[in-house]
Write a new protein. Structure first.
Length: 255
């Protein structure tokens, strides 16, 4: 008959304690990333000093070391399910510093999309969500795409132009280069694709205030059913903040 050594400090007469242990576990490193059912989910930060990706339900930022040491990691841990989609949006702010926003979408019956900011320092605290979008998608989020536009003009708003005495309505379109040169803070559009049968798409506006501080303000602009065939990518038009495209098996759709 084999004998087992009891754990240190075990009191056989005192019974089993129901209290929590005095120590707490802390995530220190994650190896690998999710790739078997995800696409376009490894990105550089704007300054090129960090790599952004995800594994399981955690968004990761690997801070590269110029000296060649293993990168240090920071973790976004606010998802309740596995992350299935990721997109990044980067631009310089008015001070010249670079900002990188990350959107991560999860699997599940009632999935959420979290938008968070990458700090360009390995000593920074763990990223926290700035916006949490939930309620439209069902059965998960499969693809995400960012676009930015100047807050000096509202997207989708028509402006009147006089031509030969007749009023002609034209849409204001903003390129990323124009946004980077503008003094007004850029606002962000986020395009998402669901994992439901119709691969429904949604378009959100995310708003920043004039001081470039994050404001938890957003609105669902529009939504529509897409194609029943598998969707393999979603992207924004880099020259027109109002246009997106999705494509996959036997289809290509411009929005």
């Amino acid at each position: 008959m084999q004998h087992f050594t009891p754990p240190l400090g075990w009191d056989a007469d005192g019974g089993v304690s129901s209290s929590a242990p005095p120590s707490q576990l802390r995530l220190s490193r994650i190896h690998g990333f999710r790739s078997h059912d995800c696409r376009n989910n490894v990105r550089y930060s704007t300054d090129g000093q960090s790599i952004i990706y995800h594994a399981a339900g955690v968004g990761l930022v690997a801070h590269l070391d110029p000296g060649g040491q293993p990168p240090k990691q920071s973790f976004f841990q606010e998802h309740m399910n596995d992350i299935r989609a990721m997109a990044t949006c980067s631009y310089p702010d008015s001070s010249g510093a670079h900002r990188t926003f990350v959107a991560t979408g999860e699997a599940g019956i009632s999935p959420s999309i979290a938008v968070w900011s990458v700090q360009n320092s390995e000593a920074a605290e763990a990223p926290k969500s700035l916006w949490t979008l939930k309620g439209f998608h069902e059965e998960g989020v499969s693809h995400l795409a960012f676009s930015i536009y100047s807050s000096s003009s509202n997207p989708g708003e028509n402006t009147a132009a006089e031509d030969s005495g007749a009023a002609e309505e034209t849409k204001t379109k903003t390129s990323p280069a124009a946004v980077a040169m503008s003094d007004a803070p850029p606002n962000i559009r986020l395009f998402s694709v669901g994992s439901d049968r119709n691969h429904s798409v949604a378009l959100y506006d995310l708003y920043l205030n004039a001081s470039m501080n994050e404001a938890p303000s957003f609105r669902l602009c529009s939504s529509e059913a897409s194609d029943t065939s598998p969707v393999l990518f979603a992207a924004s038009n880099p020259y027109d903040s109002e246009q997106f495209v999705t494509g996959g098996v036997r289809h290509l759709i411009f929005w």
